[in-house]
Design a protein around this ligand. Structure first.
Ligand code: ADP
Length: 245
C-alpha cells in the first residue's frame, strides 16, 4: 500500500541526486570537485551538462552510475537508493537499467558489430530472438544494416560510435549516460551522432544524461546545465567562461 513517505511515480522513475560531495586527493591535499550538487532528471528527459575541463563532469557520471562513491550525498535511480546496494547488485542494476556511451566507443575488436551490440544482453539476461531482432533494428536505424558482420576495425570512427549508441540501448535502459560521445569525431559526424542519441532516446523514452565540451551538441538538448564551482546551474545562469570553457 502506498504511503506518503514513498516516492511519487515520477520521482521513482527518474534520477534524483541530492547533496553530492566528492573530493580527490592531490599531492596530499583534498581537492573538492563536487560540492552539495543537486540534480533531478524526469523520466524521458534529455539533459546535457557542459563545464570547463576538470570541473567534474565525468566524476558526476561515475557517481550516478555507482562506478565510484561520493564522500556524501544520495543518488536515487528509478526509486532505488543505489548507494545502499552491494557491488554485485550495483553491477546488475547498471546492466539492466543504464546504457553507456563513451568518447572512445570501447567496442571489442574481435567481435562483430552485431555481437558488440548484443554484449550487454549476453552479460544480463541472455540473448533471445527478441534481443537479436532489436539489435538488427537499432543497427538499421543508424544506417548499419549491411555491416552486421563487420569488425570494428573495418568501420570509420563515426560508424563505431553509432554501434556504441546501439549497444547502449540494447537492454532498453531507462537511463543512458553519455560521456563526450562526440569528442573524437569531426563536426559533421558529431552532429549525426548527437542527433541519433537524441532521437533514439526520445523514441525509446529513455532518459539521456550527456556530458560534453561541445556547445553545438549542448544547444540541441532541451535542457542544458553547466557544472560550475562544484554545482549544476542552468546554462542561462552560468557565467560565460564556464559555458565557453
Ligand atoms: P571533467 O570530466 O569535467 O573534465 P573529471 O570529472 O574528469 O572532469 O575530473 C575532475 C577533477 O578530478 C580533475 O581535476 C581530475 O584530475 C580529478 N580526478 C578525477 N578522477 C580522479 C581520481 N581517480 N583521482 C584523483 N583525481 C581525480
Amino acid at each position: 500500500m502506498a504511503t506518503n513517505s514513498e516516492p511519487s511515480q515520477a520521482q521513482g522513475q527518474g534520477v534524483q541526486v541530492h547533496g553530492l560531495f566528492k573530493n580527490y586527493e592531490s599531492a596530499g591535499v583534498a581537492v573538492s570537485i563536487l560540492r552539495d550538487l543537486e540534480l533531478t532528471v524526469q523520466p524521458g528527459e534529455a539533459v546535457c551538462i557542459t563545464g570547463p575541463s576538470g570541473s567534474g563532469k565525468s566524476t558526476l557520471l561515475y557517481l550516478i552510475s555507482s562506478l565510484d562513491r561520493p564522500d556524501a550525498g544520495e543518488v536515487h535511480l528509478l526509486g532505488t537508493d543505489i548507494l545502499s546496494l552491494n557491488e554485485k547488485e550495483q553491477a546488475q542494476f547498471r546492466n539492466r537499467h543504464i546504457g553507456f556511451v563513451f568518447q572512445d566507443h570501447d567496442l571489442l575488436p574481435q567481435l562483430s558489430v552485431v555481437e558488440n551490440v548484443l554484449l550487454p544482453a549476453i552479460a544480463g539476461e541472455g540473448v533471445t530472438n527478441e534481443t537479436e531482432q532489436l539489435a538488427e533494428k537499432l543497427l538499421s536505424r543508424v544506417g548499419l544494416h549491411d555491416r552486421l558482420k563487420s569488425l570494428p576495425a573495418q568501420l570509420s570512427g563515426g560508424e563505431r560510435q553509432r554501434v556504441a549508441v546501439c549497444r547502449a540501448l540494447i537492454n532498453k535502459p531507462e537511463l543512458v549516460l553519455a560521456d563526450e560521445p562526440t569528442g573524437n569525431l569531426d563536426p559533421a559526424t558529431a552532429k549525426v551522432i548527437g542527433d541519433l542519441l537524441l532521437e533514439l532516446s526520445r523514441e525509446q523514452n529513455t532518459m539521456l544524461l550527456c556530458v560534453t565540451h561541445s556547445i553545438e551538441l549542448a544547444a540541441r538538448f532541451p535542457r542544458h546545465l553547466v557544472l560550475e564551482d562544484g554545482k549544476l546551474v542552468p546554462a542561462s545562469q552560468a557565467s560565460l567562461s564556464a559555458i565557453k570553457l
